[in-house]
Design a protein around this ligand. Structure first.
Ligand code: ATP
Ligand code: MG
Length: 328
């Protein structure tokens, strides 16, 4: 039997290049090797977007379209909707009995996100989202989880919860491992350390050829390089990181050209736009195909969700058995 791989994305916006190199690329490459589950995390999206559920329902289909365009094959991968698996909420409750508030408060990603969003008094659901992620991973007993770097503290939390559950009740779950992508944190076009849906610093996977050119033109470069004749510092420039992430050839020449000022920023940006457009072109073709047939998209979601529901029921039965809670 194939090992199970599981990940997902909050449906808080369309997917961008950071998602692709951080996680999506791995999912596409490995979907034949593993029994792959990909979750549209609408409940987790509510932890920060509870005031606008209508917006989330629009993103649900757009993110699905991003998956299919990027090469997720619905015949290999189970794509499902988180809120339609009530067992995930049930597991979250059980796990939350033995996770301390302090361990959640000290989670570095929760801390950083709370700071970023200006939260002082944390909402219960937001503070507890790492517990809910453990439920996402365990309801289908996944052991491989492709994620970006920000998710590593949550993976550690997940392993802790599993160890505790197994020790308290019965050994139901195997500990999962994180699979960090080639670019665990792709920076944003504004120079911010993370390209992020909610920061407006992204190049979306559904960008047109011109949109890529324009965004890259506006992207921040090494501030020390004012004139073309000033030597640049590739290590401080997001454009160079994008070369490393998306160029098909070695980036040595770019590095040298920047350092010796023989390559200007405009030309360097043109080259990177070309590489990004090369990656996005086949995605555009697949997107067009799926966009022409919206009912096919709904069918994919319904089929995937039904499969996930079936597995969730089996796991919950086993969990309750381990906890002596199958009363009748
Ligand atoms: P939000 O700002 O709403 O939290 P996000 O851009 O952080 O959105 P998520 O849906 O939270 O996206 O993350 C989905 C997955 O993509 C996670 O595994 C995350 O680590 C990964 N990811 C997101 N942004 C990047 C990035 N810039 N570089 C690498 N991986 C990323
Ligand atoms: Mg996030």
């Amino acid at each position: 039997m194939k090992e199970r791989m599981m990940t997902g994305d909050r449906v808080t916006g369309k997917l961008h290049l950071g998602h692709y190199v951080g996680s999506l690329k791995n999912r596409v490459a490995l979907q034949h090797q593993y029994d792959t589950f990909v979750m549209l995390a609408d409940v987790q999206a509510l932890t920060t977007h509870f005031k606008e559920p209508k917006q989330l329902s629009q993103y649900l289909r757009l993110v699905t379209l991003d998956y299919l365009s990027a090469g997720i094959d619905p015949n290999e991968t189970t794509i499902f909707v988180q809120s339609m698996i009530p067992e995930i909420a049930e597991l979250t409750i059980y796990y939350s009995m033995f996770v301390t508030v302090n361990s959640l408060r000290h989670n570095p990603t929760v801390k950083a996100e709370a700071l970023e969003k200006g939260y002082e008094d944390l909402y219960y659901g937001f503070l507890g989202y790492p517990i809910s992620q453990t439920a996402d991973i365990t309801f289908c007993k996944a052991t491989v989880v492709p994620v970006g770097k920000d998710q590593l503290p949550h993976m550690e939390q997940t392993r802790k919860i599993i160890r505790r559950f197994n020790q308290l009740y019965k050994p139901v779950f195997a500990e999962p491992r994180a699979l960090v992508g080639e670019f665990p944190r792709l920076p944003g076009i504004n120079g911010d350390s993370k390209m992020s849906k909610s920061k407006g610093n992204s190049i979306h996977l559904d960008s047109t050829y011109e949109e890529v050119l324009n965004k890259i033109k506006k992207a921040k470069t090494d501030p020390a390089r004012v004139k073309k004749s000033d030597p640049g510092h590739s290590e401080r420039c997001v454009i160079f990181t994008y070369h490393q992430a998306f160029a098909n050839e070695s980036t040595e020449e770019i590095y040298e050209g920047c350092k010796t000022a023989s390559l200007g920023c405009a030309e360097c940006k043109d080259k990177v736009s070309k590489s990004i457009n090369q990656l996005l072109e086949p995605m555009r073709e697949r997107r067009d195909m799926f966009q022409k047939n919206p009912s096919q998209l709904d069918e994919i979601l319904m089929e995937g969700t039904a499969r996930a529901q079936h597995i969730a029921k089996e796991t919950l039965h086993e969990v309750k058995e381990a906890m002596n809670m199958n009363y009748f």
